[in-house]
Design a protein around this ligand. Structure first.
Ligand SMILES: Cc1cc2nc3c(=O)[nH]c(=O)nc-3n(C[C@H](O)[C@H](O)[C@H](O)COP(=O)(O)OP(=O)(O)OC[C@H]3O[C@@H](n4cnc5c(N)ncnc54)[C@H](O)[C@@H]3O)c2cc1C
Length: 427
């Protein structure tokens, strides 16, 4: 793209900047905010096609004020959670305070810690409760992006809202697990339970770790080929995790072992009994964090009924000013962080289209639209990983682990894809 004088390209330079409110500052939300920042500066969006192809496109610049709100005080690398709750060193790394993220250091981006409590799409006003002070603010916006994901229970996800508190929460959990003489039992052989068991065993090889699943196949609720499920079981066993398939936990009671030490006795519905010191449940069904949205835009489970453009349903007021991305949307495919970041890029592009429409630059928006997403997965199992997507089929091993997760359970891959280390003040 040739250089066009600023005055000609910044369409709203004489008016107020567009106000964009992004609820949720993780994979989806940060992707939406930072890709939009790029587009409004006339730059290729960071999560879009490679610059060679993208450079052919002319992007009008707009003045924009982006507000990101999140309950946490930092970006939490959720897919690293199983390792963050097993390794003290990784705990330190997995949560980066927003203040310490170079990409967010920009005069037109602000991050507020607190909860979105309500959104009125007709008035374009969100009610926000600040963390700590209890202060309630009304935030007016031109465009809104919902990226608040799913609520998940402890110990799948830390419940702390501040990094400092999280370090204690994770530290206590790790100390309790590693002191275990009778071992740790992880209940639930879905992706999360598998990763929790395998990471714990990897970091603490002396520990007896048992993965318990009520069905005869791991990943039983995922629409994946049997071969993926069988390979996952093989890798879990190769990671030296004990596996109890077709075992449903009935109840747990406090007891003492033969030396008088306190521990837990687990009773299974098939009559099996075992002792353990810690039981981690990885079975609870996550719920979309969408209670702040009008019920008319949600399905009966609380997921946002998006259009392919990621905009709110057409029957909702100002639907083309409201977008939803990431885990909280009703769309095909297994919930994945890659999908959340990709949707963030799409939403940013479509908000930028709306800005062009609002300033008379285009007559109709040319939206990026989501296609159906087939089931696909990349699952870390200790030193190895198993991957599947329809074109490539099933693959597994240490090389797959490197490709999908690098050396740090995907931290650097996500950090770099979102460009979080690039100073936000630079154009
Ligand atoms: C243990 C575990 C392992 C996983 N492993 C993988 C993996 O290996 N590969 C993969 O692709 N995916 C994996 N996933 C799934 C992946 O983490 C999600 O798909 C991804 O996090 C979705 O991103 P998101 O931005 O939509 O939501 P989230 O990452 O959940 O972020 C939502 C954000 O919104 C904030 N928030 C919530 N409610 C409010 C509110 N009312 N107001 C303000 N802020 C709010 C939260 O604090 C959070 O920061 C894993 C998930 C878990 C739990």
């Amino acid at each position: 793209m040739g250089s066009i004088p600023e005055a000609l390209t910044t369409f709203n330079s004489t008016t107020k900047p567009f106000r964009v409110l992004v609820a949720g500052g993780a994979y989806g939300g940060l992707s939406a905010a930072l890709n939009l920042q790029d587009l409004c500066r006339g730059l290729p969006p960071r999560c879009g096609p490679s610059p060679d192809e993208a450079d052919q496109v002319e992007r009008p610049k707009f003045a924009v004020d982006i507000t990101i709100v999140d309950e946490r005080d930092g970006y939490y690398h959720l897919i690293g959670s199983p390792l963050a709750l097993a390794s003290d060193a990784y705990t330190e790394k997995a949560w980066v305070k927003y203040d310490d993220i170079p990409a967010l250091r920009s005069p037109n981006i602000r991050v507020l810690q607190g909860s979105v409590k309500a959104v009125d799409p007709r008035q374009k006003i969100a009610t926000f409760a600040a963390h700590g002070s209890g202060e309630t603010l009304e935030l007016q916006y031109d465009y809104f992006v919902a990226a608040t994901g799913l609520r998940r229970a402890w110990p799948v996800v830390p419940q702390s809202l501040r990094r400092k508190q999280f370090l204690f929460e994770a530290g206590d959990h790790i100390s309790a697990a590693t002191a275990a003489k009778h071992g740790v039992v992880i209940v639930g052989g879905g992706a999360v339970g598998i990763e929790m068991a395998a990471e714990l065993k990897l970091v603490h090889p002396h520990l007896k770790v048992t993965l318990v699943h009520s069905r005869d196949k791991l990943l039983s609720s995922e629409p994946l080929p049997e071969e993926v499920k069988d390979r996952a079981l093989q890798l879990v066993r190769e990671a030296s995790v004990d596996v109890l398939m077709s075992h449903r936990l009935d109840r747990t009671e406090e007891t003492q072992d033969e030396h008088g030490n306190k521990c837990l006795r687990l009773h299974f519905t098939n009559g099996h009994i075992m002792l353990a010191d810690q039981v981690s449940m990885a079975v609870s069904r996550p719920v979309p964090s969408t209670a702040y949205l009008p019920s008319s835009v949600l399905d009966k489970e609380g997921y946002v009924r998006i259009q392919a453009s990621l905009a709110f349903p057409t029957d909702s007021p100002n639907s083309s000013s409201h977008f939803a991305i990431g885990d909280l949307v009703r769309w095909s495919g297994i919930k994945r962080c890659g999908a959340a970041m990709h949707m963030g890029y799409y939403a940013a592009t479509n908000v930028h289209q709306q800005m062009q429409l609002a300033t008379g630059r285009i007559a109709a928006p040319n939206y990026l639209e989501l296609a159906e997403i087939p089931p696909m997965i990349g699952l870390a199992v200790g030193r190895q990983a198993v991957s599947y997507w329809p074109e490539a089929g099933v693959d597994s091993g240490e090389e797959v682990m490197k490709v999908f997760f690098g050396e740090d359970l995907g931290f650097a891959i996500c950090w770099n894809h979102l460009g979080l280390g690039v100073d936000g003040g630079k154009e």
